[in-house]
Design a protein around this ligand. Structure first.
Ligand SMILES: NC(=O)c1ccc[n+]([C@@H]2O[C@H](COP(=O)([O-])OP(=O)(O)OC[C@H]3O[C@@H](n4cnc5c(N)ncnc54)[C@H](O)[C@@H]3O)[C@@H](O)[C@H]2O)c1
Length: 460
């Protein structure tokens, strides 16, 4: 073995030991945070070749610092329902990393929200935001409040109470929340109103996903779903494929899902199924998106009601079974861990060709490995669903210039950003010895920018 080969091997070994040591320490320090640990394991596992080539990251403790949020804020959110009964929920904001810019990431209102979920989302957000090439750090927040079945006034009172505490921790140059599951334009409106009242100032850039009349950006509503399809289209094109004529399944029926279905259909695909947390619908004629929008965007109805308007469609209880339907392209857009090893095996048996993750961490690490081992085209969440935050950063830019761009301008910029993320992730994958592996490539490309900025900014 040559001296160069021996050095490379020794560096690789040291890097592996370092990554394992840091992961084990994280596990010991956060023993019950399963989702956070899952996200950490996936990312740090792919960083071994980077650390081996750049031992300076190891020497300056980059991973140890990256894995500990800069700040975690937990607070009480008391509110009164329409019957006068008092409720108390828990609010969270994790300000994970500000090496590249103000913390940026959504708020999730869902009964499953806890510190582990918010930390996994915030951790992923660091790399996603870095991939967009914009000046945004990583953060995330939310509450275990369940908006399902609540009246408009209850939602408003909850949002006001939530912001009464949060306002002192955020700001256009500090931390800029947005929507996520359970937080859409209505909730952002109530949150913004309360922020404005508490601060006594109209600071449009403090929240993104706002209504168009008071500083929102055109194309923000569509951005995550459209961006996902633009990303998958790049991946398909690179492999001699295309959306045209393909059978597509999109889980969920919320913001990401609806606009992923819209763009996939526009590109000539036939979307045959979508879901909500109760069950899924299968429409062999192709999902009628106007009906889904009517049920989910203007009404507050369950997806099962779709079959009342389209009797030839079928409804099945148990949303987890949506991916048992054969398809060419699967776009999981509902929630974390919706595809486990068993579901992945069914999808492989059914001949799936490509997967694009619209939701955050919808595939377990086992499922992801199975797709990669079987050479399925796989677009991981932190790259493929970055379109939402990318357009949020464009909203911040418009707010700071007090201007509004046309839909076409924002959409064109979104397409360029998704293309760049695809190319940079592919390049990083091939530079570090895993050509074509977008999981490794996006982790590495996202990491290097943050690690370099942290190094330049000193030990803080
Ligand atoms: N909104 C964004 O801009 C954005 C950006 C990046 C990533 N994401 C991620 O995309 C996912 C969806 O977010 P959204 O903004 O569309 O939320 P949303 O609240 O608008 O919609 C979520 C949808 O998923 C459904 N759902 C929930 N649990 C489910 C389950 N177990 N099985 C099937 N359906 C289920 C809900 O009924 C709803 O239709 C989340 O993982 C979120 O973190 C969102």
């Amino acid at each position: 073995m040559s001296t160069i080969d021996a050095t490379l091997q020794s560096n690789q070994q040291k890097a592996k030991q370092y990554v394992t040591k840091v992961y084990n320490a994280t596990e010991q320090r956060n023993p019950h945070e399963t989702e956070f640990l899952q996200a950490v394991k996936e990312i740090v596992g792919s960083l071994v070749p980077v650390i081996a080539r750049h031992p300076e990251y190891m020497n300056s403790g980059i991973l140890e610092r990256l894995l500990e949020p800069e700040k975690v804020i937990t607070f009480r959110v008391p509110w009164v329902d329409d019957q006068g009964k008092v409720h108390v929920n828990r609010g969270f904001r994790v300000q994970f990393n500000s090496a590249l810019g103000p913390y940026k990431g959504g708020l999730r209102f869902h009964p499953t929200v806890n510190e582990s979920i918010v930390k996994f989302l915030g951790f992923e957000q660091i790399f996603k935001n870095s991939l967009t090439g914009q000046q945004i750090g990583g953060g995330k927040g939310g509450s275990d409040f369940d908006p399902k079945g609540k009246s408009d006034m209850e939602i408003m009172r909850f949002c006001q109470s939530f912001m009464t505490e949060l306002y002192q921790h955020i700001g256009p140059e500090t931390d800029v929340p947005a929507g996520d599951v359970g937080v859409n334009a209505r909730e952002i409106g109530y949150l913004f109103g309360q922020y404005k009242k508490m601060c006594g100032a109209f600071e449009a850039g403090v929240l993104t996903g706002k209504g168009l009349g008071y500083g929102g950006s055109l194309a923000r509503t569509e951005a995550t779903g459209y961006g996902l399809v633009y990303f998958v289209q790049e991946m398909l094109k690179d492999n001699g494929l295309d959306f045209k004529g393909k059978t597509v399944i999109v889980s969920g029926s919320g913001n990401v899902s609806i606009y992923a279905m819209e763009k996939a259909a526009e590109f000539g695909a036939k979307v045959v199924a979508c879901s909500d947390s109760d069950g899924y619908i299968y429409d062999q004629n192709g999902i009628n998106l106007d009906t889904v929008k009517e049920l989910k965007e203007t009404g507050d109805e369950r997806i099962s009601a779709y079959t009342e308007k389209h009797p030839s469609a079928e409804y099945f209880e148990d949303c987890t079974q949506i991916f048992s339907i054969p398809c060419d392209i699967a776009l999981p857009c509902a929630t974390q861990n919706e595809i486990n090893a068993e579901t992945a095996q069914t999808m492989l048996d059914n001949g799936v060709k490509a997967i694009g993750e619209g939701a955050n961490m919808p595939s377990t690490n086992e499922a992801q490995d199975m797709f990669l081992e079987n050479h399925i085209l796989f677009a991981p969440a932190k790259a493929a669903n970055a379109g939402g935050v990318a357009v949020s950063a464009l909203e911040m830019a418009q707010n700071s210039g007090k201007i509004s761009w046309a839909f076409e301008k924002v959409d064109a910029r979104l397409q360029e950003i998704m293309k760049d993320i695809y190319q940079n992730s592919m390049q990083a994958a091939s530079d570090y010895g895993t050509p074509g592996n977008l999981v490794a490539g996006s982790n590495i490309a996202g990491f290097i920018k943050v690690a370099d900025a942290m190094t330049e900014q000193g030990i803080i």
